[in-house]
Design a protein around this ligand. Structure first.
Ligand code: FAD
Length: 482
């Protein structure tokens, strides 16, 4: 081989090796599935997201906006934990907002780019075959090209009377979130571990007095944490106490009933707020023995990505984050998971052209065909004042938001009942997010919220999801008060 031929040969070899090595090191070579395997698979979805909290919704926003068809299983708690609190003051860009509204905006934004939602709880997954199998409790079975898990965590409850009744009305599980709402008030923290010590110190800057209630004769918290508590003159620790009941006045917490488990003495302890610090359980039960979990049940992630131990399955938010259980962090993780999932689909070969080819077998949800019965709207404070002052018959206001499923379920029922009373009652729906000024003026803590007015005065109200029977009773009572 002369010098000229040899140099051409080596140039070709060099070029060939570069192409081969770049193929070997690209992500697509690590993907163990071939896109052709998805052809003809019924109920196919490029992106299935399990969880409708900040993590799942943020992931949906990114995958939908990247033009990948996305569906979100919202589970039993659409909106997630934030819907269980009243105001959020540390959601970036928003000074103060109802938790439901904050997360609802993310949902709206994801929907704007085409994300779809299923009011369904996932009961099982099979990640051993691809496209992955995701089974909902309604019987729906989807086949997913990628899955993002954002199933969150559930605070561990005490299980005592009053706890659920006053949840969000004095009982909470997040000091870093709610501490500023207890400025100059007296609160208790329940728990004896690191979390309890941490929550007590977070509260110390706000509450006038914090009492840590510990079941045992000593705290489980690290020695340094216990020592730190001594630096605060407003933190006290009470040992050997079991909380038997959370007491309230029907609206807000007023105290806790304590049993001294050494002496048997029962006493009531006055408090304005109860902070549970007995742990949060990651909602990862359906992934046990399928994904790599830590000892507590958090999904283990690979490196700095949101990838899990199974290729094509990503996780974000509280279910995968043992350290930073905050909505903003969950949303950030969700964004990362959305980007990871989008990149994965691109590497897999899901181009627009390929998506069109697969589209005939994509999942189509027929459940959105729900008959909507329209009620009149109140859309401003002035309109509200005018109606309430001028109406000769009782007026019902139904506060709702577009992303509160229980509210949306109640609206048609209310419309049906109002028809029955004809001219004897005027019923309006109020989009709580649109008329936030009115929400604040009437101190509406959550939705759904129903108010009954007569002759300009508030005579009846209800702050919970209502059955047909509850609604009938509400209307009946209001008409009778006339
Ligand atoms: C009382 C309280 C107050 C808080 N206040 C604040 C605050 O002020 N600021 C702040 O930053 N953080 C706050 N937090 C923490 C914050 O709410 C969480 O960190 C955040 O919501 C976690 O988001 P996530 O999406 O990971 O999970 P979650 O919000 O827990 O959402 C989980 C979602 O997954 C769904 N899901 C679960 N299992 C399944 C299943 N099998 N199938 C389908 N869906 C499923 C649920 O229905 C839900 O939609 C508060 C928490 C609590 C409890």
């Amino acid at each position: 081989m002369n010098v000229y031929r040899r140099s051409i040969f080596y140039s070709f070899l060099f070029f060939f090796l570069i192409v081969v090595s770049s193929c070997v090191s690209s992500d697509s070579s690590k993907i163990p599935y071939k896109i052709d395997e998805a052809v003809g698979v019924e109920n196919l979805m490029p992106v299935v997201i399990i969880g409708g909290g900040p993590a799942g919704l943020s992931a949906a926003l990114y995958t939908a906006r990247a033009n990948f068809k996305t569906i979100v299983f919202e589970g039993n708690e659409p909106g997630g934990q934030l819907t269980k609190t009243t105001y959020v003051e540390n959601w970036p860009g928003v000074k103060r907002m109802l938790g439901k509204f904050a997360v609802g905006r993310v949902r709206e934004q994801a929907a704007l780019y085409g994300a779809e939602f299923l009011p369904d709880q996932v009961v099982s997954v099979d990640f051993s075959e691809w496209p992955f199998v995701v089974q909902g409790s309604s019987g729906v079975q989807l086949r997913a090209m990628v899955v993002v898990i954002g199933t969150g965590a559930t605070p561990r409850y005490l299980g005592v009377p009053g706890e659920q009744e006053y949840w969000g009305a004095g009982v909470t599980a997040c000091a870093i979130c709610d501490a500023p709402l207890y400025k100059d008030e007296e609160v208790v923290v329940i728990g004896g571990g690191d979390a309890a010590a941490e929550e007590a110190t977070q509260l110390a800057a706000y509450a006038s007095k914090i009492t840590v209630l510990v079941r045992k004769g000593k705290m489980r918290a690290a020695h340094t944490m216990q020592e730190r508590l001594k630096d605060y003159s407003n933190i006290f620790v009470k040992y050997n106490v079991d909380v038997q009941e959370i007491l309230g006045d029907g609206e807000l917490v007023t105290g806790v009933r304590l049993l001294n488990n050494m002496t048997g003495e029962v006493s009531d302890f006055k408090t304005d707020g109860v902070f549970l610090a007995i742990g949060r359980i990651p909602n990862s039960q359906i992934f046990e023995n399928i994904l790599d979990l830590d000892t507590v049940g958090h999904i283990n992630l690979v490196g700095r990505s949101q990838a899990t131990s199974i290729s094509g399955v990503f996780a974000a938010g509280d279910v995968a984050n043992p350290d930073y259980k905050q909505a903003g962090v969950a949303a950030g993780d969700g964004i990362k998971a959305g980007l990871d999932a989008s990149r994965y689909l691109t590497d897999l070969g899901l181009s627009d052209k390929m998506a069109r080819l697969l589209e005939p077998t994509f999942f189509r949800d027929g459940s959105s065909a729900v008959e909507v019965v329209e009620l009149d709207h109140i859309s401003s404070n002035d309109e509200f004042k005018k109606i309430i002052q001028e109406s000769k018959v009782p007026v019902v206001l139904d506060f709702y938001t577009e992303y509160c499923p229980s509210c949306l379920q109640m609206i048609p029922k209310i419309a049906q009942i109002s028809k029955k009373y004809g001219e004897n009652v005027r019923v309006y729906k109020v989009d709580a997010e649109q008329v936030f000024e009115l929400v604040q003026k009437l101190s509406i803590p959550k939705v759904p919220y129903l108010m009954g007015f007569y002759k300009g005065k508030l005579v009846l109200e209800s702050n919970k999801e209502m059955t047909d029977k509850d609604l009938e009773e509400f209307f009946e009572k209001l008409i009778n008060k006339k």
